[in-house]
Structures are given as C-alpha cells and as structure tokens.
Design a protein around this ligand. Structure first.
Ligand code: FAD
Length: 106
C-alpha cells in the first residue's frame, strides 16, 4: 500500500503548484480542465479513505476555478480541512501564494 504521508506531501506539492501556475484570468477551457482534473483526481487518489473524505468535501464546498486566487484559496481551505482532521496546525490562507509561488523554505 502507498505511504500515505509521502504520497500526501508530494500530492499537495503538485496541487498547490498547479494553483500557483493557474492563470489569473483563466479561459473557459482552462476552468473546465481544472474542474475535470480535480473531479477525476478525487476518484483516483490512491489513498481510499483520503479520497472518500475529499470527494465528500468537494460535494459540500463547491470548487472555485474562476481565478488563480480563487482556486488557490479553495485548495488551501481544503488542505486545512485535512489538517484539522489530522490534528495538524491550520495554515494561514492569506499566505498560500507566498508559500507556493514566490516560495519560502520549510
Ligand atoms: P502536508 O499536509 O503534506 O503539507 C505539505 C506542506 O504544505 C506543509 O509543509 C506546508 O508548508 C504546506 N501547507 C500545509 N497546509 C497548507 C494549506 N492549508 N495550504 C497550503 N499549503 C499548506 N492523510 C491521512 O492520514 N488521512 C487522510 O484522510 C488524508 N487525506 C488527504 C487528502 C488529500 C487530498 C491529500 C493530498 C492528502 C491527504 N492526506 C491524508 C495526507 C496528509 O494531508 C499529509 O500530506 C501527510 O500527513 C503529510 O503531512 P505533512 O505534515 O508532511 O504536511
């Protein structure tokens, strides 16, 4: 079975990096691609408990793909929901872009 921690760290890196490079003013096609990607991702993520909870989260909290900041903030909040579930500290979502785009060491 996959190493849920290592898989999680790598996956958050991919997802937040997608957000950081997503357009500020995405086209209809880009918005539709991101929605499709996240929907498929939530069904294929190979930690099945994680995937089930994430699908439930996506049903409750409608994904926002209308801009880089909208998606980056939505994703940060989704990550925070997992942090809370696991008893990890909540991340300050006003800093998501600093963490994932302009970059700092952690
Ligand atoms: P991670 O949570 O992996 O975070 C990596 C880095 O992201 C942090 O060091 C920090 O710099 C930054 N960061 C932290 N929070 C945020 C935020 N809110 N926004 C932006 N950046 C942030 N594990 C389980 O045991 N059970 C689960 O149900 C579960 N569900 C998951 C669902 C998904 C969709 C994903 C991608 C992962 C899931 N995981 C789950 C894995 C879990 O979230 C962590 O990745 C894993 O526990 C390793 O945690 P970590 O402390 O190294 O930091």
């Amino acid at each position: 079975p996959p190493d849920v921690e290592a898989l999680g760290r790598s996956t958050w890196t991919l997802l937040h990096t997608i957000a950081a490079n997503y357009p500020k003013s995405p086209s209809y096609r880009e918005q539709s691609d991101l929605k499709t990607f996240m929907g498929v991702f939530s069904r294929l993520y190979p930690c099945w408990v994680c995937a089930e909870d994430f699908q439930r989260y996506m049903e409750k909290e409608q994904i926002r793909v209308d801009s880089r900041n909208a998606f980056g903030t939505w994703l940060c909040e989704a990550h925070n929901a997992v942090n809370t579930k696991l008893g990890k500290p909540v991340f300050d979502c006003s800093k998501w872009e600093e963490r994932w785009r302009t970059g700092w060491k952690d």
